[in-house]
Design a protein around this ligand. Structure first.
Ligand SMILES: Nc1ncnc2c1ncn2[C@@H]1O[C@H](COP(=O)(O)OP(=O)(O)O)[C@@H](O)[C@H]1O
Ligand SMILES: [Mg+2]
Length: 335
């Protein structure tokens, strides 16, 4: 029995479009333990935001399940109980569009309190000031509108809004990637402080793998709608196994000589992420993989546990499957 606050089980989200079926999320499983940060990392277009929006209930899943503290919640947000909506909040990537330009910051922060019937009007006003103080913004900001604020300040308002309902799980969808580097560290530190103080669990989505080193307890790498590797953070940086992970890691700066020694040799990044309308056969990474062999375009790898909590989906690490695939039609898994 785990202590998971959130579990995704073979979660799928497809979009039917004029171009065909977009398999944005195509069988994603992970769990998030109470008070931990799970990093969900991948290139643009890998399905990270779609995963987030499905968890929060903006989308109903095409298949699979979402569990919150063991209870299935795989339905859109309109059909979720109010207590659940309070408990799971999201911070979007772009604070420029996520705050209503026609409302003041005070109104924006008060709205979730109103929706959830928190306190009297006066209580709510006090709570708004408290929320501003929490994110280190002066009380008079309550009267400003979003366009009067800088990008970093807007994102702090978005964070304050997410915290207004005292959630337990916060989904952070690239919360700093639209911001200047100078402000990124400040926001990350604030998020870590809130996590400690409020016992929050974070699903932290980013395309910036190096950010995860000091933030996540475990890291999951997403590629074209699937997780290809998942491991505790230290293990992840010391013993990356999936060829795609190695490709991503070889392009980020190292922090110490020890890491330099462990770092995968420079792997040349090749090609671009294919369209989720035309997902490659077999292993979906094979079109860009530098370690592929002839099986990889035919056989989709199972996910195997190669060490404590270290999961990888690559035929190289599934020997029995690989040998079965080497003899197509034999129907037997070799021992
Ligand atoms: N509402 C939608 N309708 C059709 N396709 C979508 C929709 N939302 C996302 N997609 C497609 O799904 C894929 C994954 O998108 P997304 O989840 O936003 O990725 P990420 O957040 O990792 O950049 C992309 O190819 C994107 O174009
Ligand atoms: Mg996204």
């Amino acid at each position: 029995m785990t202590n998971a606050i959130l579990e995704a089980v073979e979660l799928k989200k497809y979009f039917l479009t004029s171009r065909g079926t977009v398999r944005a999320v195509d069988g994603v499983s992970f769990s998030l333990e109470e008070t931990e940060t799970l990093g969900l990392v991948g290139e643009s277009g890998s399905g990270k935001s779609t995963t987030a929006y499905t968890v929060i209930g903006i989308y109903a899943p095409t298949a699979g399940k979402i569990l919150f503290r063991g209870t299935e919640i795989s339905r859109p947000v309109a059909k979720r109980p109010r207590s659940l909506k309070r408990a799971i909040q999201i911070v979007f990537q772009d604070p420029g569009t996520s705050l209503n330009p026609r409302r003041t910051i005070g109104q924006i922060l008060e709205l979730p309190l109103k929706v959830h019937g928190v306190g009297t009007k006066r209580d709510r006003k006090e709570r708004v000031i408290e929320l501003l103080r929490l994110v280190e913004l002066p009380p008079e900001y309550a009267y400003k509108s979003p366009h009067m604020l800088g990008g970093g300040e807007r994102q702090m308002v978005a964070i304050a809004r997410a915290l207004a309902t005292e959630p337990q799980l916060v989904i952070l969808d690239e919360p700093t990637s639209a911001l200047d580097v100078s402000i990124q560290a400040k926001i990350i530190n604030m998020l870590l402080k809130f996590q400690q103080e409020m016992g929050l669990s974070y699903l932290f989505i980013t395309h910036d793998l190096s950010l995860m080193r000091n933030v996540a307890s475990r890291v999951a790498i997403m590629y074209l709608g699937k997780i290809c590797e998942l491991a505790p953070t230290a293990e992840f940086f010391q013993r990356p196994l999936h060829p795609y992970t190695k490709m991503l890691l070889s392009s980020i700066p190292v922090v110490s000589p020890e890491e330099e020694a462990l770092k995968p040799e420079k792997v040349v990044s090749q090609g671009e992420i294919p369209s989720p309308v035309n997902v490659p056969s077999g292993c979906r990474f094979h079109t860009r993989c530098l370690e592929k062999d002839e099986r990889c375009s035919r056989v989709g790898p199972e996910t195997v546990e190669v060490g404590e909590g270290h999961l990888v989906s690559c035929l190289k690490f599934a020997p029995q499957l690989a040998s079965a695939a080497a003899a197509p039609g034999s129907g037997e898994v070799e021992k």
